[in-house]
Design a protein around this ligand. Structure first.
Ligand code: CAO
Length: 451
């Protein structure tokens, strides 16, 4: 048996650093290098490891005590055969947080008992995935920049990570709301007892899909956390499922809508009289329905086994609507049975309901094909994500005048770029381009719909 007097080693130019966490109690057995306490300066938190293995005796400090180099922490009762720690020859602990190298400081000389000198722990890589902050180190001291959104020591963060708990869900009960080990445990208990919802797997998690590493960005600069809207959380999950489950191909094309635009303009007075705003979208919807009738595999869904195609004999078009809270896709039902003005009125009503957050679930169900129109905003092309279980989606971009060669000269024509993303399990590339070519022809000359 021997008694090692554990004094706080050299921690650089810091004095009176508060103890924010005591990770041991009297009588606990610790292994050499196991964290004993956590200190926090205004720049960083850092865990101090045990210099030797043994049993904690005569604990001298309590939470929120302030300590400096040489402060008496405790005694560690060692077994006789326990190896004495090597005298320190290395640089002092660093409390530098944001990537500072912890330069300078002399080696600790805080020897204690006749049998053992107190080792000087090394500066270490800052914990935090992707940090890339390295300091020459032989053994790890966990250091963590202060000012992170969730106050927790590196060991608590590691513990939470190990259990798959996001600190954002945990209520800290330590000083200044600091999250402690028991808070993580209390959270897990609450989840197990159904008092709290189970933590969700990261959106990138899944069979064989490597996760994006979690990075504590506050180590690089100031950050702010903003909760995603409920709609964004829901649509994010759905979009991820669509993106991961559907082998997408996107076919680009452009439609000459010069005549369509002239027709639309000619209808303006009648549209005004009917109290509707007639944009190009209702025309596109009608042309899409015609194309869907000619290419029924685009108005279909795969059965759950993925062996059969369910062709739908109704034409319900989902239209992506931009709202302050995120993207929603109300569905215009039975588009094949409606006229231009009726479609325009319904689009305006659904758009308004969407922006007011008043869409009923039934307003968003039953779609067979979707349109994402960004044409009112801008852009030249984009790749929309298929809205599963549908198999194709049309993306509209902004129409603009362009010189088009008519075989003899360039003519100014109003050209609308568009794209169709489709599920390649259902639709071949040749079918994809036939569909877009036909859609462009229908939009160029609406009389094609009569044929
Ligand atoms: N090219 C050029 N101009 C276009 C156009 C196009 N492809 N599409 C629409 N426009 C014009 C309209 O004619 C209108 O012009 P005026 O005000 O001068 O008449 C203007 O752009 C705005 O149209 P709008 O967006 O109000 O109407 P819409 O019928 O095209 O769209 C709706 C209706 C509900 C889709 C729309 O309100 C909306 O929310 N748009 C945003 C779409 C969106 O966010 N999609 C999400 C994509 S994420 O995948």
């Amino acid at each position: 048996m021997g008694m090692h007097k554990f004094l706080l080693p050299d921690i650089g130019n810091y004095e009176n650093i508060p103890v924010i966490e005591l990770l041991v109690s009297e009588g606990d057995t610790v292994e050499k290098d196991q964290s004993v306490l956590t200190l926090e300066s205004d720049k960083a938190t850092m865990e101090i490891p045990a210099p030797v293995s043994g049993v904690i005796r005569n604990l001298q400090i309590k939470l929120e005590d302030k300590v400096s180099k040489g402060s008496y922490i405790c005694d560690i009762e060692t077994s006789m055969d326990a190896p004495a720690p090597a005298p320190s020859t290395s640089s002092p602990l660093s409390l530098e947080g944001r990537g500072a190298g912890g330069e300078g400081g002399k080696p600790s000389s805080e020897a204690s008992t006749p049998t053992a000198a107190s080792p000087s722990p090394q500066p270490s890589p800052v914990k935090g995935e992707g940090a890339g902050l390295t300091q020459a180190a032989e053994k790890p001291i966990n250091a963590q920049p202060s000012g992170a959104k969730f106050h927790a020591s590196p060991s608590v963060r590691a513990y939470a990570r190990h259990l798959g708990v996001e600190l954002a869900h945990v209520t800290g009960t330590g000083p200044k709301g600091r999250i402690q080990k028991q808070d993580v445990e209390a959270y897990i208990k609450a989840v197990m007892q159904g008092e709290k919802p189970a933590p969700k797997a990261p959106v990138t998690a899944g069979a064989g899909i490597p996760q994006v590493p979690a990075i504590d960005f506050s180590q690089f600069g100031p950050t702010e956390e903003k909760e995603l809207s409920r709609i964004k959380k829901l649509s994010g999950k759905h979009l991820t499922a669509c993106w991961l489950n559907i082998p997408h191909v996107t076919q680009f094309d452009e439609a000459d809508i010069t005549e369509l635009e002239a027709f639309r303009t000619s209808l303006k007075a009648r549209a005004d009289k009917a109290g509707v705003k007639l944009t190009p979208l209702p025309f596109v919807m009608m042309a899409v329905v015609q194309a869907l009738k000619e290419f029924p595999q685009f108005n279909a869904s795969l059965n759950p086994g993925g062996e059969k195609l369910i062709l739908k004999r109704y034409y319900n078009i989902g239209v992506a609507v931009d709202t302050p809270n995120g993207l929603v896709v109300p569905v215009v039902k039975d588009v094949d049975k409606k006229g231009l003005f009726e479609l325009a009125r319904e689009l305006a009503e659904l758009g308004q309901k969407a922006r007011d957050g008043k869409l009923a679930p039934s307003d968003m169900q039953g779609g067979t094909f979707s349109i994402s129109s960004l044409g009112g905003i801008g852009g030249t092309q984009f790749t929309p994500i298929v809205n599963a279980p549908e198999v194709a989606i049309l993306g509209l971009s902004k129409a603009k005048m362009a010189p088009v060669w008519n075989g003899a000269s360039f003519e100014p024509r109003l050209m609308m770029p568009f794209s169709v993303s489709y599920d390649h399990r259902v639709i071949d590339g040749a079918e994809g381009v036939r569909f877009t070519t036909r859609l462009a022809a229908l939009l160029r000359d609406l009389r094609e719909m009569l044929i």
